[in-house]
Design a protein around this ligand. Structure first.
Ligand code: HEM
Length: 133
């Protein structure tokens, strides 16, 4: 049951829902031309990105620290330095994630607070000035 102490992971519905969210996020990224600007930064095969985002989000949302157990500290900003990420790419990532959260039927209040948290993390990954920031 949701309580003031519940983590986002618990409010979301745990492991199965994190998997569903990540599946939907990358399915959308693969299918929708609107997200081509970030799809092209990824490997042709998205299976590793799918697995790693799922492992990472589990811990990031307050659940089991699956990513850290396997790979140690994520060093997320450093890992993203290999990709040119400006405001445009950040906003595409967030738009794709917002749609994935809606499609996964996540409660609106939770969606709003996760969107703010994703924005902060996404904005921190920005390593290019390409306007609109
Ligand atoms: C701001 C826009 C973002 C862009 C354009 C972006 C792009 C990418 C790309 C291209 C990869 C490599 C995937 C591959 O090898 O095919 C990646 C990996 C990853 N991204 Fe992002 N990302 C963004 C934001 C985020 C955010 C907000 C999170 C977490 C909340 C995140 C979590 C991850 C993780 C966990 C990985 C795997 C890292 C590893 O290799 O261990 N990314 N991202």
């Amino acid at each position: 049951m949701a309580s003031a102490q519940a983590t986002p992971y618990q409010r979301l519905g745990g492991d199965a829902k994190v998997r569903e969210l990540v599946r939907r996020f990358y399915d959308l990224m693969e299918a929708e031309p609107a997200y081509a600007g970030i799809r092209k930064l990824h490997q042709p095969d998205l299976s590793q990105a799918r697995e790693k985002l799922y492992l990472f989000l589990s811990g990031w949302l307050g659940g089991p620290q699956l990513y850290a157990e396997r790979f140690g500290h994520p060093m997320l900003r450093a890992r993203h330095l290999a990709f040119a990420i400006g405001a445009a790419e950040r906003d595409l990532w967030l738009a794709c994630m917002s749609r994935a959260m809606e499609d996964a039927g996540i409660d609106e209040n939770l969606r709003r607070s996760l969107h703010d948290a994703f924005f902060k993390t996404g904005d921190w990954m920005r390593n290019q000035a390409n306007g609109r920031e």
